[in-house]
Design a protein around this ligand. Structure first.
Ligand SMILES: *[C@@H]1O[C@H](CO)[C@@H](O)[C@H](O)[C@H]1NC(C)=O
Ligand SMILES: *[C@@H]1O[C@H](CO)[C@@H](O)[C@H](O)[C@H]1NC(C)=O
Ligand SMILES: *[C@@H]1O[C@H](CO)[C@@H](O)[C@H](O)[C@H]1NC(C)=O
Ligand SMILES: *[C@@H]1O[C@H](CO)[C@@H](O)[C@H](O)[C@H]1NC(C)=O
Ligand SMILES: *[C@@H]1O[C@H](CO)[C@@H](O)[C@H](O)[C@H]1NC(C)=O
Ligand SMILES: *[C@@H]1O[C@H](CO)[C@@H](O)[C@H](O)[C@H]1NC(C)=O
Ligand SMILES: *[C@@H]1O[C@H](CO)[C@@H](O)[C@H](O)[C@H]1NC(C)=O
Ligand SMILES: *[C@@H]1O[C@H](CO)[C@@H](O)[C@H](O)[C@H]1NC(C)=O
Ligand SMILES: *[C@@H]1O[C@H](CO)[C@@H](O)[C@H](O)[C@H]1NC(C)=O
Ligand SMILES: *[C@@H]1O[C@H](CO)[C@@H](O)[C@H](O)[C@H]1NC(C)=O
Ligand SMILES: *[C@@H]1O[C@H](CO)[C@@H](O)[C@H](O)[C@H]1NC(C)=O
Length: 561
């Protein structure tokens, strides 16, 4: 077992610098082999078998350039069913490569392979990939780095170097077992034992000094950090001691740059920042800690990594940054308000102005009776009072082959009964309806969706992720959405565009997108606990009439159920 002396780290450098690789003349095919395999990994004084890709934790980074074709052969050597989601890749007409199990594909069974084949069209920046079945994304995740087209510079100062900073969670016990136990009891799964930065908790955790990510910087240089929140259940604050960060991109979309001392990043989101190594040469902690807006549990575990100036010895004690308080909802709202699309001639914000479908979904989290659960009750979650039930076959197959009886398309556009959504706590009992109900949307129509938090059990911020599209966050507010007054305050000029939005605690977010991608697209809370409870639904976007406006035929190796 490693010594737990935080002042005498050795071999803690693991540089993750990605130079600017030589630029090929043409769009290329980037091929990857992903072997899903179990490997013993040791953290926090414990070794345990975890599911990995190619034995790596975090998994390998996918590097590509805008316009490239990416081909990933995923071969499953683990005992679990597997599927991989390429989070934020639009997958135009190509939901077959999107990955969520039982939504766009059946799982890749043990001993089988499936090749994800997709083009990266009109996207550049930082995204990520992760397992999209059960809770396996706890350890099965990695970065996707998409460089701009050859000869196209970033719309911000060129960094000297760049690094991926992937935030995550670590459990000392088998996560799949923990989830199974929790479901039996009707209780939330136990909290993770650590937060991590690039798979490493850092020295504030026991036996973790050698599991500390460190990044060397040179005085006077500018660095690009590609920050990804791969945690299962925690929105995280992130800061670097002594160094402000300039936000330049979120979810692979450029923003108007702004400088901040800390940032908030929800599971599923990515944030690119520039930092300048202009401080007194030394060692500075980067730190990540949860934003805990719901009083249900307290988790203030702080993951740390080190920003280390060149030639500074490891004996220098690093300085911790100041992070916002765990319950700092004001910081969360203020930070969100600073995000704006770049909206330049080259990267315009094409915000839908006329709306074809106005949707209003309430986010419900509560406790229901459960005669078969040990405690007699269980947590439940719903959108518009519907708890989504996972089907036994992929919804995209059911849609494409017109299989009957798998889903219905009557997902309601608004809640069955209006109530004071964010008022005094209501009965925590949802009494929800179960169903595999989808919302049908005509090709190329425009959608406005207001996601409204409720106070059924408690108000809480929920990071909602939409597959297959980016959307514009045209408005956000605290309390109940007012359909007569609030739209007047919408930003239709340069709202932030993204694929995952943290709906504010006890508030609402209004998003708009154009449904120009035919297929079946999952939408869900990216807190894995809530997804498991049914906080999810899917859109079925119909084919258009044009030649390139329908779902592509399924690949031959699409896994059967
Ligand atoms: C993995 O670690 C566990 C717990 O320390 C140990 O029992 C097991 O033998 C190890 N397995 C391998 C393949 O090393
Ligand atoms: C995918 O990888 C597996 C394992 O290496 C191999 O058997 C299979 O032929 C590969 N599939 C394709 C399409 O290359
Ligand atoms: C990717 O692009 C190539 C070249 O345009 C095209 O032949 C192929 O069908 C595309 N693949 C998908 C899945 O859209
Ligand atoms: C970081 O920003 C804060 C607030 O704007 C400012 O007070 C501080 O001086 C800045 N720090 C550095 C190192 O630039
Ligand atoms: C975390 O919370 C516990 C319990 O409230 C407290 O004792 C501890 O000091 C906190 N730690 C940090 C790093 O804030
Ligand atoms: C946040 O927590 C602190 C310490 O527990 C408490 O004093 C403060 O009132 C809380 N703030 C909010 C906005 O809930
Ligand atoms: C069991 O359910 C009851 C009623 O909802 C709740 O008050 C109690 O806290 C639950 N037990 C545990 C261990 O959570
Ligand atoms: C909703 O509840 C809040 C808090 O109890 C209250 O202040 C507000 O007036 C209520 N709104 C309506 C429309 O009843
Ligand atoms: C949700 O549906 C159940 C069952 O139909 C019903 O009893 C309950 O009142 C509904 N709740 C809300 C908030 O609409
Ligand atoms: C979708 O509609 C917009 C606005 O009417 C139009 O400009 C665009 O060409 C349409 N796209 C397709 C693929 O039909
Ligand atoms: C794996 O997936 C197949 C196909 O959907 C299913 O029949 C089987 O029950 C799954 N196995 C487990 C352990 O979930």
């Amino acid at each position: 077992m490693a010594k737990c002396n935080i002042f005498s780290w050795r071999s803690l450098f693991l540089f993750c610098f990605v130079g600017f690789v030589s630029r090929p003349a043409e769009a290329a095919v980037k091929k990857y082999q992903f072997d899903v395999q179990v490997k013993n990994v040791s953290r926090l004084c414990h070794a345990k078998p975890i599911v990995t890709v190619n034995g790596m934790f975090p998994g390998p980074t996918i590097y590509a350039r805008e316009g490239d074709r990416v081909v990933v052969n995923v071969t499953n050597f683990a005992q679990y069913n597997m599927s991989i989601h390429w989070h934020g890749i639009k997958q135009f007409r190509n939901g077959w490569a999107d990955g969520p199990a039982y939504i766009t594909q059946c799982p890749i069974k043990t001993g089988h392979s499936y090749t994800y084949d997709f083009n990266i069209t009109g996207q550049r920046g930082t995204l990520w990939w992760h397992a999209h079945i059960s809770w396996l994304r706890a350890t099965v995740y990695g970065a996707i780095v998409i460089m701009p087209k050859e000869g196209t510079p970033f719309p911000f100062p060129q960094p000297y170097r760049e690094a991926n900073i992937i935030l995550g969670e670590w459990w000392n016990n088998d996560v799949e077992e923990i989830v199974k136990q929790a479901n039996k009891l009707g209780l939330p799964p136990t909290m993770s034992d650590a937060h991590t930065i690039n798979g490493k908790p850092g020295p504030l955790f026991p036996c973790s000094e050698k599991y500390t990510f460190a990044m060397e910087v040179e005085q006077g240089k500018t660095y690009l950090l590609r920050i990804i929140n791969a945690a299962l259940n925690d929105e995280l604050f992130f800061a670097i001691a002594g160094h402000n960060m300039t936000v330049v991109e979120i979810d692979a979309l450029y923003t108007k740059p702004f400088t901040t001392t800390a940032l908030l990043i929800a599971p599923g989101q990515t944030t690119n920042v520039l930092i300048q190594a202009t401080q007194v040469p030394g060692r500075y902690f980067m730190a990540a800690r949860p934003f805990m807006d719901a009083p249900l549990s307290i988790d203030n575990k702080t993951a740390t990594a080190i920003l280390q100036y060149k030639n500074i010895p490891n004996t220098v004690l690093p300085i911790l940054p100041q992070l916002p308080a765990p319950n700092d909802t004001a910081f969360a709202l203020g930070y969100g308000a600073k995000l704006r699309s770049l909206n330049s001639p080259q990267f315009p914000a094409n915000v839908p102005i006329n709306v074809d479908h106005h949707l209003f979904y309430t986010i419900g989290l509560g406790i229901n009776p459960c005669p078969t659960c040990q405690n007699g009750t269980q947590f439940a979650a719903s959108l518009n009072n519907i708890t989504f039930v996972m089907p036994q076959v992929g919804l995209l197959q059911a849609h494409y082959f017109n299989l009957k009886g798998v889903f219905t398309t009557d997902f309601p556009d608004r809640p069955p009964m209006p109530f004071n959504y964010t008022g005094a706590p209501l009965t925590a009992n949802l009494g929800t309806t179960l169903g595999t109900r989808l919302s049908k949307i005509a090709f190329n129509s425009t959608v406005e969706l207001v996601l409204q938090d409720t106070n059924l059990l408690t108000v809480e911020s929920h990071p909602f992720h939409l597959h297959g599209f980016n959307f514009f966050v045209v408005g956000t507010g605290v309390g109940n959405f007012d359909p007569t007054k609030d739209p007047a305050k919408f930003n239709l000029v340069d709202p932030p565009e993204r694929n995952t939005i943290g709906v504010p605690t006890g508030g609402w977010s209004a998003i708009r997108f154009r449904a120009d991608n035919p297929g079946v697209w999952f939408m869900h809370c990216h807190l894995e606990f809530h997804t498991s409870l049914g906080l999810k639904m899917a859109f079925v976007v119909e084919n258009g009439k044009g030649p390139d406006q329908s779902v592509l035929p399924p690949p031959k190796d699409l896994p059967p159920c």
